[in-house]
Write a protein that binds this ligand. Structure first.
Ligand SMILES: Cc1ncc(COP(=O)(O)O)c(C=O)c1O
Length: 404
């Protein structure tokens, strides 16, 4: 594409990105198909030994070389994700969001380094720090998600990287990304963010100065709860390192999964708009209910970091939590178990609504989680919010009855 592509708005990019002519057409023939097909491959055949030697000696990124380095199906998805992030130099794909997080961390950290990790990080990210990085000689220091510019006070000679997740898992604190990035740049510290909640559509992280943006594409990019996949998108300074680490660890995704993910990406805009609308309707209704102590939704005034969300984000997605007033585990289960329109299960970002009991106190070390009662995380799918609200209304009645 020409320089004019920089002017395209994100929704236009979603429709066009990753559709290079060489992946959708036949050499020497006019026209082509709309989307790159599924190219399955392990072996790539060469014309002769000289050709094979040339291929081995050259940079093999986005060239047919061997199946593990991808085929046009994966390159198309990776390019599309890169196009969605102004400031990005490239994207690598991984078999899950967790694989993307761990490989991105391995790309930047060395034994002896210190990592600053947000205290509201997704639990398996914390587990990677404790169970893989620690034995590797990297010390993780957890920080308060509301620290903002105060992060500067935590930086030491050994601080190599700051990991952000905004909003945070389970409790949805929005971080002051520009302030943290400014402090990091001042000291030559690399920043990484788990941007799964907002996606580049609502928060283009590299455009806000973050070096490395990680997505569990399993959620909104796929959008249909049927593929596990992750991505790491990085700027010019860090993309070569991320790519090298992904190759060394043999990380890749299957062509079929990449193709399904590309298909999901095309409708991300309309789906997110609907998730946003439905979630806001449900969250606002919950905020008015006498049995609900708090709703943790970044777009609701009073939610932690709401002002930062309003300043930096262009939308909100379908995942948030609420805290019940009083009650115990059994009363919370009474609410969740009888829901007709919400599945009970991990993950989120699909077209279907989900409800999950969550206990954030278990996953905090730099801060404490204190609440008026048990908490529930909801993912609001694409159903009619009126049906979801009626379902939750009946659930709150069950909660009241069980709470006594
Ligand atoms: C915020 C966040 N990051 C990363 C992941 C991990 O993604 P995956 O399940 O694809 O490994 C999840 C999964 O729930 C998540 O919620």
């Amino acid at each position: 594409m020409s320089g004019a592509e920089d002017d395209r708005r994100p929704l236009t990019k979603l429709a066009q990105a990753g559709r290079k002519a060489e992946w959708t057409g036949m050499p020497g023939q006019p026209g082509g198909i709309v989307s790159p097909s599924v190219w399955r491959a392990s072996t790539i055949l060469y014309d002769d030994v000289a050709h094979l030697r040339r291929a081995a000696g050259s940079s093999t990124h986005e060239r047919l070389f061997y199946g593990r380095k991808g085929t046009p199906t994966a390159w198309s998805l990776a390019d599309a994700l890169t196009e969605m992030e102004p400031g990005a130099a490239g994207t690598m794909l991984f078999p899950s969001g967790v694989a993307a997080v761990s490989c991105a961390l391995m790309a930047v950290l060395r034994p002896g380094d210190q990592l600053l990790m947000v205290d509201s990080a997704y639990d398996p990210t914390r587990a990677f720090c404790e169970q893989a990085l620690k034995p590797f000689g990297v010390e993780t220091v957890y920080y308060d998600p509301t620290v903002g510019a105060g992060i500067a006070d935590l930086l030491t000679e050994r601080t190599r990287a700051i990991f952000l997740e905004s909003p945070g898992s389970l409790t949805f604190e929005v971080q002051d990304v520009p302030a943290i990035v400014a402090a990091a740049k001042d000291r030559g510290v690399v920043t990484l963010i788990d941007n799964t909640w907002a996606t580049p559509l609502f928060f283009p992280a590299l455009g806000h100065g973050v070096d490395i943006s990680i997505l569990a594409c399993t959620k909104y990019i796929v959008g249909h709860s049927d593929v596990m996949i992750g991505s790491v998108t990085a700027n010019e300074a860090w993309f070569p390192k991320v790519r090298q680490m992904a190759y060394l660890f043999g990380q890749m995704t299957s062509p079929d999964d990449a193709w399904l993910t590309s298909r999901g990406l095309r409708t991300l805009g309309v789906r997110l708009r609907q998730h946003q609308e439905g979630a806001l309707a449900v969250a606002r209704w919950l905020a008015d209910q006498p049995d609900v102590a708090r709703v943790l939704h970044p777009a609701l005034p009073g939610s932690p970091g709401h002002d930062l969300w309003a300043r930096d984000f262009s939308g909100s997605s379908g995942l948030f939590s609420f805290v019940l007033k009083g009650g115990d585990e059994a009363a919370r289960a009474a609410l969740i178990d009888g829901l007709a329109h919400f599945g009970i299960g991990y993950s989120w970002g699909g077209f279907e609504s989900l409800a999950l009991p969550v206990d954030p106190a278990r996953y905090r070390s730099a801060t404490t989680w204190e609440a008026e009662g048990p908490a529930v995380r909801l993912h609001i799918g694409l159903e009619d919010p009126a049906d979801l609200i009626a379902d939750l209304d009946a659930g709150l009645a069950r909660f009241r009855a069980a709470r006594g």
